[in-house]
Structures are given as structure tokens and as C-alpha cells.
Design a protein around this ligand. Structure first.
Ligand SMILES: [Zn+2]
Length: 334
């Protein structure tokens, strides 16, 4: 028969430690509950005019898209990523580029983290380097992933960043020949802004800017649009709020499937489902949005669009769970 070894702690100390741990756990739970109490779902107003009508599209054969993951954040509790989220679920936002292959040209929507990200990121202070820490893991910059598969980098003729925050345009220097599309409002904001949100080393060297003007009709209740290829297959929509000139992309495939890429209106799809903003605590600590009210209006608008058109797949730029449902380069979906 084995004999239990005597505890290294006298009984009274052992009980004391137990009580302290229980007390700390209760305090933590209370803290979480208090923080979450500040988060509310957003009020839903009347449906935007024109939301019910799907835009016409004639997607050509050969049109297809894929995604290229470049890295992943160390992450945080879901309750910080989205108001009303779960404290016990750890979320790890991803940094991704979307590649659209159209017979008239290849387009990147966002670039994820590029080849020079470590040098670009080094200008941040210690606090921001911790908050925005990223891990490459097995993932490569988009340019390297393309080259490995024999895709010429010069084939990427257009880059449309959803917005110019550092985790979306880090790869611009890897594609010096590409035309970079941005709204005047986005260029203006980025030009005057600084780390950690905007890193000048990423976009000051861009040679070919293309001014993005929303010269097309209203689409899905958004005030106007821009039709990239003239066939309705790739429509850019104004989603300003998170930044001054954030852009969404509505992609219509030959299969009839449609995807709306929503940049950073929310970081997780749950933000649109609820609908809810990022947690109020995080919004207090970090100035996350250029125009918080406009961003919240965009959240509600997309929530209403999902109710009306559940067949449209909505893709927040950083949602690691939605990414799992999308094709991964070199697989394409058309
Ligand atoms: Zn982002």
C-alpha cells in the first residue's frame, strides 16, 4: 500500500492559499462582468433605402478569388474583440490579402503583412509592439507565396487596400509596379497620421497612386459605388468610419456566389450578427476609429444587409473563423 506524502504546506496555509485563489477568481469574474456591462448591442433603425435590391452583375468566366494569410495576432479574449463577446474564448485575428483574378487583371484587396514588416513595425513604442504583436508562423508574405507558385508579381496590376492601417498595406513596397487605389479622404488621413495606426514607410514610396472615386450608383443602400471592371463583378463601396475612406468590396462570382469584404468595420463576424462594436474598454484605451458614429452606422447597415440577403458571405478582414471557410491560395474559387 502506498502512503500519501505529507503536504509541504501546513493545513492552515493551504486553506489560506485556496481562499486567496478563490477570491482572485471572483474578483476577475466581477471585473469581466463590469467591463461587459458597458457593452450594448447597437440600436437598429429603419432599413436603408435600396437595400432590398441586389445589383446586376455579369461576372466573366475565369473570374475567381482566393485568400493569402500572412500572419496572425497573438490575440485577446473575444469580449475585447467584440462587445458582448465571450471572455473564455481566445480570438486570434489574422492578417490576410484577398486576390481577385479577373480576365482584365489581377487585384489584391489588402496586402496583409509584407516582406519588410519587421522594419516597418520597429518604429512603434514598447506598449504598441505588445498590443499589436503578430506571429508569422508558417505564413509567408503575399509576394513570397505568389513567387513560390510561379505567379509573376507584375501580374498584380491593382492593389485596393480596404484602408491604410499598417496591417493592411504593409506589403505595398513588395509590389512597386502595382497601381494603388485609395480615396482622397483616406490619403489625406494617412498623410497626417502616425504610428501605431499608420506607418509612413509602408506607403510613402508608392509610385502609382490611383484616385478612387465612387462614380457609380447606390448599391445595397450604400450611397454610391465604383465598378472596377465595368461588369458589376467587383464593386467597391464606401465604408468610411473606421478610417476616413475605408472601402468594402462586393464580389460576384460566375457561380452566383457573392462575398462582401468589409475591412475593419468589425474585427469579427459576431459584430455584425449582434450587431455590436468593439468592446468599449478597448475603444477607451486605443483610439480605434476615425469616426465612431459612422463606423457604428456601417455595422448596423451590414447587419441589416445580412438579414435581407443571407446568401451574401460577409468577410471581416481579421476574422480567423470566417477565413477557414474561404479558399486558400493556390486554391481558387470561381
Ligand atoms: Zn486591421
Amino acid at each position: 500500500m502506498t502512503k500519501t506524502p505529507p503536504s509541504p504546506w501546513p493545513k492552515r496555509i493551504g486553506k489560506g492559499i485556496g481562499k486567496t485563489v478563490l477570491g482572485l477568481a471572483l474578483l476577475l469574474a466581477l471585473g469581466c462582468a463590469l467591463i461587459s456591462a458597458g457593452d450594448h448591442t447597437l440600436p437598429i433603425g429603419p432599413e436603408p433605402a435600396g437595400l432590398a435590391t441586389l445589383p446586376a452583375a455579369q461576372p466573366p468566366q475565369g473570374l475567381a478569388f482566393t485568400t493569402l494569410q500572412t500572419s496572425q495576432s497573438k490575440g485577446a479574449a473575444e469580449a475585447l474583440i467584440v462587445g458582448g463577446g465571450r471572455w473564455w474564448v481566445h480570438r486570434r485575428p489574422v492578417q490576410v490579402a484577398v486576390l481577385v483574378r479577373h480576365p482584365k487583371g489581377q487585384l489584391l484587396f489588402d496586402t496583409g503583412l509584407g516582406r519588410q514588416v519587421d522594419a516597418q513595425f520597429a518604429v512603434n513604442n514598447l506598449f504598441h509592439r505588445q498590443v499589436f504583436a503578430y506571429e508569422r508562423g508558417d505564413h509567408l508574405p503575399v509576394a513570397d507565396q505568389l513567387q513560390r507558385q510561379g505567379w509573376p508579381l507584375k501580374g498584380i496590376s491593382m492593389i485596393v487596400p480596404s484602408h491604410m492601417h499598417w496591417d493592411h498595406v504593409s506589403g505595398l513596397p513588395d509590389f512597386p509596379d502595382a497601381e494603388v487605389w485609395a480615396t482622397p479622404a483616406e490619403r489625406e488621413e494617412a498623410g497626417h497620421a502616425h504610428a501605431p495606426a499608420f506607418l509612413h514607410s509602408q506607403f510613402d514610396g508608392v509610385k502609382h497612386w490611383r484616385e478612387l472615386r465612387f462614380d457609380g450608383p447606390p448599391v445595397l443602400g450604400f450611397a454610391h459605388s465604383h465598378d472596377v471592371f465595368g461588369d458589376g463583378s467587383v464593386l467597391l463601396l464606401p465604408l468610411g468610419g473606421h478610417t476616413a475612406g475605408q472601402v468594402g468590396m462586393l464580389l460576384s462570382l460566375p457561380s452566383g456566389q457573392r462575398y462582401l469584404f468589409t475591412g475593419d468595420v468589425t474585427w469579427a463576424i459576431e459584430g455584425f450578427h449582434k450587431p455590436a462594436d468593439r468592446s468599449w474598454l478597448l475603444r477607451r484605451i486605443l483610439p480605434l476609429d476615425h469616426d465612431p458614429a459612422a463606423n457604428q452606422a456601417a455595422i448596423v447597415h451590414i447587419h441589416q444587409m445580412m438579414q435581407r440577403h443571407p446568401q451574401i458571405t460577409v468577410v471581416p478582414a481579421h476574422d480567423e473563423n470566417v477565413l477557414k471557410t474561404l479558399p486558400h491560395f493556390p486554391e481558387l474559387r470561381g
